[in-house]
Design a protein. Structure first.
Lengths: 129, 139
């Protein structure tokens, strides 16, 4: 029997996949976030350099703001660490047995790295650098 | 009973892209670490804030550090960085748009729609890489 894939949106939300499912969904969100924002940033930079368009300069000024940097840093660091976990588990499939532990280990690396970085960035932001 | 056609194992697009996603993922780490260490060796520690160092690590473009460095022409703008930027763009653009294709093809199973999205993503890929090369050469 082929698997029925007609699952509604709210039924899908009730699916309790736990930590690995959160990793899967965050990987997608952070990946799409990077494609969208970095793609726009490249196009805006082109219009800034070659035409000096107002909208492009405004968009790139928004990018230089600390809020966007905190968001983009989350996307890059999470996507990078999760991707590294996926690569390691793909190369050594025997470790898949411990994928829950690997997901926890990943948070153990992510939280201090991200936390320390945003702490310093916010500190520098309030110091006016 | 309905069956689903799956590609045979071998050197097809899906396998090549699967391999590419892993290799480019590792390449980002190598390129980012290279950029960050050279920036630190060039005096980033005392010259720039963490935000600027981070922007430089993601993409070593002189405009990312222009506000922090006294003169970007000394060490921050040359052919070496342009080569690194072009590799990040090629790996990043392909990795990102292929990821977009994965997500779209998960939600749209109709082959005609999939072909439409593939064509659109291919056009977007070429467009983005051309624009990005202009930005790198012009900044």
């Amino acid at each position: 029997m082929a698997l029925s894939r007609k699952v509604g949106f709210f039924e899908g939300l009730k699916y309790r996949g736990g930590g690995p499912m959160l990793a899967w969904i965050l990987h997608r969100i952070s990946g799409l976030g990077m494609v969208f924002f970095i793609g726009l940033h490249i196009v805006a930079s082109h219009f800034t350099l070659d035409a000096g368009s107002d909208w492009a300069i405004a968009l790139n000024t928004l990018y230089m703001s600390i809020y966007f940097q905190l968001f983009i840093y989350f996307c890059v660091l999470y996507h990078g660490l999760n991707g590294l976990r996926i690569i390691i588990l793909d190369v050594w499939p025997k470790m898949l047995e411990y994928q829950k532990e690997a997901t926890w280990l990943q948070w153990l690396v992510f939280i201090p790295t991200y936390g320390l970085t945003i702490f310093l960035m916010i500190q520098q932001f309030f110091a006016g650098e | 009973m309905t069956t689903r056609r799956v590609p045979h194992p071998g050197w097809n697009l899906e396998y090549l892209m699967w391999l590419f996603m892993r290799i480019s993922g590792l390449a980002f780490f190598a390129l980012a670490i290279t950029g960050m260490f050279i920036a630190l060796a060039q005096g980033a520690r005392s010259q720039m804030g963490l935000g600027a160092l981070m922007r430089w690590t993601f993409f070593p473009n002189p405009s990312h550090v222009q506000a922090d460095v006294p003169d970007v022409d000394i060490g921050w703008r040359n052919g070496f960085w342009q080569a690194i930027e072009i590799s990040i763009l090629f790996f990043g653009g392909t990795h990102g748009l292929n990821g977009l294709r994965y997500v779209l093809e998960d939600y749209f199973t109709n082959p005609v729609v999939q072909l439409l999205f593939r064509s659109l993503i291919f056009i977007l890929w070429v467009f983005l890489l051309v624009v990005a090369v202009f930005v790198v050469m012009g900044s």
